[in-house]
Design a protein around this ligand. Sequence first.
Ligand SMILES: [Zn+2]
Length: 385
Amino acid sequence: MEAKHLLEKYSEFKEVSITGRYLSYSSIVNYIENLPSYFIIQTEGKSVLGEKIYSIEFGNGPKKILMWSQMHGNESTTTKAVLDLLNFIAIDENDDFKNRTLEDCTIKIILVLNPDGLKNYTRVNANEVDLNRDATNQSQPESKILRKVFQEFKPHYCLNLHDQRTIFSAGSVNKPATVSFLAPAYNEAREVNTVREKAMQLIVGMSNYLQAVIPNQVGRYDDGFNINCVGDYFQAQNVPTILFEAGHYYEDYEREVTRKYIFLSLFSVVSQIISATYKDLDRKEYEKIPENDKLFNDIIIRNAEIEGEIKDVAIQYKEVLEEGKFYLMPIIEAIGDLNNRFGHKELNAENKVLRINSVKNLEIGIKIEKITLNNEIISIFLTNS
Ligand SMILES: [Zn+2]
């Protein structure tokens, strides 16, 4: 089904009980426990703080796909998209996607590999280890769970699901990288073998599919090799592995829009694996997907007078969890001539005098409470910040 048509139907299967950036793990567990009985739910082990880590398995087909979300606990968008995929399969009545998936594939999903990180809204686990730098070290219980599932399930494809910051552009242009992909390298020389080529071809297929709905907003992540990264490690074990990065969409700080595009990506990759159509795609098209650059800030105020000089100010939101509440805290990121950068939101100060928190001498890193231009308060932030 074409991306546009699928988006029109999206409200029929979006899991509306789980939204926003900071998710409730008990709501996710509750969701899992209420799935129809052909979804097999298993407890794969426990996190550092004793939280249960679950897998969901469905289908009886020969093509085995393993995916895991939120190995970085503060990267929740793909978890939401996976719930939408599960709903799509559970409620799908008139399309053959469900039947073909169940007949041709066996899909296993570790939904939230790092539940302690989810609860604390941290990238790392409760021992402050980045699980995506622990693939060979295997120092953490969560890493061991992923490795055990990988070895027992013996997948033919792996999908490593993440979020990226708002700074990324899809190439060196004024377009956010709303979705990025990577076919990780399996060696230092970043060679392409038939395993990595499959991952590249599947990415070309997903990128083509997404162009209809987010043209020029699909990026390609940098392929520097690190065997301690899970994707690089699995690719080196001869399983085609794809990194997904959910990124920024205009004004979508809740990542409810990007969520849809991750769902579409998952739908596309599963469809391509079922049909095997990706094998006809030219992997050289992968190199043509623009490589991510870091050209964005959340806000740029241009042409402001600061201590007698005309300068630009870049502001970046910091994601903060305070007393169980998530919010975005605006921080001064850079001051100077920022003509080589783009703001997701921009304001021309027209040479007016800029003060932040009532002071003229601005410092990088400070939290912004109030902005004035010629003593007039301006409101530029999201309502929740
Ligand atoms: Zn990540």
